[in-house]
Design a protein around this ligand. Structure first.
Ligand code: PNS
Length: 169
């Protein structure tokens, strides 16, 4: 296996809930960086209430990364760059799916760069099989009785079913 020598990376997000697309990015970051901190935003960003609490979202991810010894999962309620600094992260790693992600990520990139020019943001292209996958997409599926198996871990798919499954009826 190739040597990892990239220091610590921060993989931030709302993860409401985590999908196989997120887990792919986290795993790929963990193969490049010595340490990966998955930062789960505690506050609802963009004024949307989250379906799962921060503790639940952290728990779903922890269960899935248990076999990756260099990955830790923590929630945070501060500025992302401050949380990254706290953990000594030199890089923020995010996934990019389609052009539609670009505009939002470009804005976040400029904000984060302005506050912390020493922390580099790095983007990993989503694997093709996950390029359509989003947390909002699977929430919508679950709400209208769609099957989310294979898109997110079983525990997440089940929790989505329990929490949202009846709303579309
Ligand atoms: O797309 P997401 O998953 O909702 O992104 C969340 C996050 C924190 C990665 C994104 O909003 C971001 O990069 N924000 C930078 C500005 C910041 O620090 N906001 C405070 C979050 S508590």
């Amino acid at each position: 296996m190739a040597e990892r020598n990239g220091g610590t990376a921060m993989c931030p997000g709302s993860y409401d809930p985590v999908t196989f697309g997120h887990l792919d990015i986290i795993g790929r970051a963990a193969s490049v960086f010595d340490q990966v901190v998955v930062g789960v935003v505690n506050q609802p960003v963009r004024k949307q209430k989250t379906v799962f609490t921060a503790e639940e979202r952290v728990g779903f991810i922890r269960a899935e990364v248990a076999d990756l010894p260099n990955v830790q999962v923590e929630s945070f309620s501060t500025l992302l760059v401050d949380f990254a600094r706290e953990h000594g992260a030199r890089a923020i790693v995010k996934g990019l799916r389609a052009i539609s992600d670009f505009e939002y990520e470009f804005e976040m990139n400029q904000l984060n760069r302005k506050m912390a020019p020493d922390i580099e943001s790095i983007y990993l292209m989503a694997a093709p099989q996950f390029s359509f996958l989003s947390s909002s997409g699977i929430k919508e599926l679950a709400m209208f009785g769609g099957d989310t198996t294979g898109l997110a871990p079983d525990a997440v798919a089940q929790a989505l079913q329990e929490r949202l499954g009846k709303q579309g009826n």
